[in-house]
Design a protein around this ligand. Structure first.
Ligand code: FES
Ligand code: FES
Length: 146
């Protein structure tokens, strides 16, 4: 067992893990209680588990928790205090979600692309996450305004 400190959404969290190779996703959801980040495939295909680590888009399902120590992790819960990030506003205005399961990952991908200075069609081309509900047209419409 080892105790690690993770900075998530601007707050330090002490967690005890049995293995430093545990996926960050398990720690976020099961130990810290931030369940906005979703599990889909576990093999870096669907993007449901997307978070930002030091402003970079990462798949938490394959990111070793020990590698996240000393970095700034942002999850969907910490993207904005009240749903006011431009991507969140665009998602609401375009009524993007259907079941909603993939949407935190979609929004975090769009937000990471915005952090990198990308806009509109550039963001759309980088957004390769999967949505089994087929909300792609509304996602494209939402990111066109970013
Ligand atoms: S759950 Fe991580 S990419 Fe699918
Ligand atoms: S809205 Fe249902 S999986 Fe995307």
């Amino acid at each position: 067992m080892s105790q690690l400190t993770l900075n998530v959404n601007g707050q330090d969290h002490k967690v005890t893990v049995s293995d430093g190779g545990m996926p960050l996703l398990w720690v976020l959801r099961d130990l810290i209680g931030l369940t906005g980040t979703k599990y889909g495939c576990g093999i870096e295909v669907c993007g449901a588990c997307t978070v930002m680590i030091d402003n970079q888009r990462e798949h938490a399902c394959v990111f070793d928790v020990s590698s996240a120590v000393g970095k700034k992790i942002v999850t969907i819960e910490g993207l904005s205090p009240n749903g006011s990030h431009p991507a969140q506003i665009a998602w609401i205005e375009n009524q993007v979600p259907q079941c909603g399961y993939c949407q935190p990952g979609m929004i975090m991908c769009a937000a990471a692309a915005m952090k990198a200075g990308h806009h509109g069609a550039e963001i759309a081309s980088e957004l390769k996450n999967l949505c089994v509900c087929g909300t792609y047209p509304r996602i494209k419409q939402a990111v066109s305004k970013l």
